[in-house]
Design a protein around this ligand. Structure first.
Ligand SMILES: [Fe+2]
Ligand SMILES: [Fe+2]
Length: 173
């Protein structure tokens, strides 16, 4: 099992007790009703957007820390990277058409209403869908979150689509 996958599995059982530094960094975001509402939306398979975000934030935190980058901003901006209040699987009234392209801006606008963001954190949120959105990440931390997001989305899709992988994952968590 790779170190990354090991951390990914661990991201499903994070608590203030077993991940104190991580929660010290992101706890204020985690405690907002806006963030908690992410539990109401499915991201991939039966995995909620809250869980998806926790996985991305935790892997981004670990990776940025290991690489000697700004892990505080990486973790905090990752917590906000998918903060939008709709189910992207449901077309609805058309207000979130082209979701893949537009949701980084929605998340950025929602995040700004709740927290002060640094220029780095803004870049992390706005560029996380690259290369689908054309402007590339400007900072190494933005690239870390962008790649951790893709890694997590890929794992989530594998859990949904591949029974062998789903069983293995369920046996580990
Ligand atoms: Fe996203
Ligand atoms: Fe995401």
């Amino acid at each position: 099992m790779s170190k990354m996958f090991d951390a990914y599995v661990r991201s499903y059982s994070l608590t203030r007790e077993n991940a104190p530094e991580f929660f010290e960094i992101v706890g204020d975001i985690y405690d907002t009703p806006e963030f908690r509402s992410m539990a109401e939306y499915i991201q991939h398979a039966d995995i909620t957007r809250l869980q998806h975000i926790m996985s991305v934030a935790y892997l981004s935190y670990l990776t940025a820390k290991e690489k000697g980058r700004n892990y505080v901003s990486a973790a905090r901006a990752a917590m906000l990277h998918d903060l939008f209040y709709y189910d992207w699987h449901v077309p609805g009234d058309g207000s979130h058409r082209l979701h893949g392209y537009r949701h980084p801006r929605f998340a950025y606008n929602n995040a700004k209403k709740l927290f002060e963001l640094t220029e780095l954190e803004e870049d992390i949120i706005l560029r996380h869908m690259w290369p689908l959105t054309p402007k590339p990440p400007r900072y190494p931390e933005s690239m870390i979150v962008c790649l951790c997001d893709k890694y997590c989305a890929n794992r989530e899709s594998a859990i949904k689509l591949i029974p062998y992988f789903r069983n293995k994952f369920n046996s580990l968590r």
